[in-house]
Design a protein around this ligand. Structure first.
Ligand code: GTP
Ligand code: MG
Length: 494
């Protein structure tokens, strides 16, 4: 039985470049006819073969191949499908693709196989998205979350939550139908407690996004600060490689530079940014705008204060950094280049000498060196617009490595305890997170409305929109537009 709702046949290489063997996937109603035109089988044909068979054949002048046969609906897409296994030469792969095209197949776009699997009911939308996550997973925890989602455990949990909301909605709607007779079917107290339970659960799921996203994509840590403060040098020192260009010319970094590093089992995504300063250079200004955008998306911002700049400059830098932060973000302030202090002759530069008027003329940054990290923290408090830098300003030297272990420790602490990916259901997908937040907001309106006695017809609308938000996660309500956006991010052949 062909359950497919598509009438064309698609093909695509399913393996990337490199390796010894390549697989070309074919799916759709014309699949077996096309394969039979292209491949000369040793015995029989694809069209007459049973499903779950592997057949040996030859594509004249191209290659010897093995073809796996899947009959609808028992295939990934739910359609008649075949996988042609050949040698991985780019020439052979493109020649086979050409021959399939000549036999009526169309080259598939990104994610088209999975899109068909979803439309043909082989998996729900959350599972389809998990396919891409399983492929992209590069840590055990990320793999575990994606696998749970692919197996449908995640959808199950959301579906039962959605069903509970449907039940509440039907209780309220029933009451609505009989409103003329002033019948109150739903016990208000019971409704309230049902709503509270659902809202708590949705809030827990929405809140898990921070941890889920940290596991899947890494915790975004932006290194920000004034030009020449030592940001790129710090990135290189953390990574242990010369990733970003470093120079003594302010404005060296123009674009954001990104690299990941696993600390204590947690993946961090470090983003080095262009130094924050007034600039007349158009390209640098674009870079600085990107710095602002990165800072807005960061979970943690490492504010680098140039240890060789006067205190006034550091105050300005703090103001500049905090003006781009929101309360949910963590700020870690570091004073850079402290190795340079040691190079200063003690007799000329007594570190805690408070009568430094003359020295400041000679060394403009003396006011900065002169302060211990605690004193510096206190001096900067006013410029931080209420932000606290946990543990105070940390002295570091990217050159000697001083303070870097302490900085790493603070980074790990700032993330807190990540829930165990094996036991908790974690949300890792931004689309799901947004749907959950919208469901939670709708439910809050319902709860408030119930308490203040708003008419049921207004409340049921909000309840319905909460239900729809949840359903959109596993794709029971969806649009072509949403599907387009989800599947365009897939690789071709999946
Ligand atoms: N002594 C010393 N010098 C450093 C240290 N870190 C950076 N520098 C120097 O400071 C200068 C600027 O360093 P960068 O890392 O390029 O500074 P940046 O903040 O990325 O600068 P922009 O990209 O221009 O904003 C270079 O000459 C570095 O060698 C350090 O820990 N100790
Ligand atoms: Mg730089």
């Amino acid at each position: 039985m062909d359950i497919s709702s598509f009438n064309d046949t698609i093909c695509a290489p399913a393996t990337g470049s490199g390796g010894a063997i390549a697989i070309i996937r074919v799916s759709g109603p014309g699949c077996f006819a096309a394969v039979d035109t292209v491949v000369r089988f040793r015995a029989g044909t694809a069209s007459s073969s049973e499903g779950y068979r592997i057949k040996f054949g030859e594509i004249p002048d191209v290659d010897e191949v093995l073809v796996s046969i899947f009959r609808a609906p028992h295939s990934y897409t739910g359609e008649d499908s075949a996988e042609i296994c050949c040698h991985a030469s780019p020439f052979i792969v493109s020649r086979i693709m050409q021959l399939l095209a000549d036999s009526g197949c169309r080259a598939a776009g990104p994610g088209e196989f999975t899109r068909r699997a979803f439309i043909n009911g082989k998996m729900d939308l959350a599972q389809a998205e998990a396919v891409a996550d399983v492929i992209a997973a590069d840590s055990a925890a990320a793999h575990r979350i994606a696998s749970n989602q692919l197996r449908g455990q995640y959808s199950e949990e959301l579906r039962s939550l959605r069903d509970r909301l449907v039940e509440i909605a039907s209780l309220m709607e029933l009451e609505l139908d009989f409103s003329e007779e002033e019948v109150e079917f739903a016990d208000r107290a019971k409704l309230n407690s049902l709503l509270d339970v659902a809202r708590t659960e949705i809030t827990r799921l929405a809140d898990s996004f921070k941890a889920g996203n940290a596991i899947k994509n890494g915790v975004p840590v932006v290194i920000a600060g004034a030009a020449n403060a030592g940001k790129s040098t710090l990135l290189n020192a953390l990574l242990g490689e010369e990733r970003a260009i470093v120079s003594d010319i302010p404005g060296t970094t123009r674009d954001t530079v990104e690299e990941t590093l696993v600390l204590d089992g947690i993946r961090f995504r470090f983003i080095d940014t262009a130094g924050l300063r007034e600039s007349s250079d158009a390209v640098e200004r674009i870079g600085i705008e990107r710095s602002h955008a990165s800072m807005a998306k960061a979970q943690v911002v490492i504010g680098v204060l140039d240890g060789l700049s006067p205190l006034e400059e550091l105050r300005k830098a703090c103001k500049e950094i905090t003006s781009h932060l929101s309360p949910a973000q963590t700020l870690l302030l570091v004073r850079s280049k402290v190795d340079a202090y040691d190079a200063i002759p003690q007799e000329e530069f007594p570190r805690f000498d408070r009568s430094y008027g003359i020295l400041e003329l000679k060394y403009p940054a003396f006011g900065t060196y002169n302060l211990s990290p605690e004193e510096l923290t206190a001096e900067l408090a006013e410029s931080l617009a209420g932000y606290v830098t946990s543990g105070g300003v940390l002295d570091i030297s990217a050159r000697t490595g001083e303070g870097l272990e302490a900085l790493k420790k603070r980074l790990v602490e700032s993330v807190g305890d990540l829930p165990d990916a094996a036991s908790a259901t974690l949300v890792t997908n931004l689309r799901h997170y947004e749907a959950l937040v919208s469901a939670r907001d709708s439910l809050s309106r319902v709860s408030d409305g119930l308490r203040s006695g708003i008419a049921n017809e207004f409340l049921t609308q909000d309840l319905r929109s909460a239900t729809q938000s949840l359903s959109s996660i596993f794709g029971e309500v969806t649009t072509d537009d949403i599907l387009g956006r989800i599947f365009e991010r897939f690789c071709i052949g999946k």
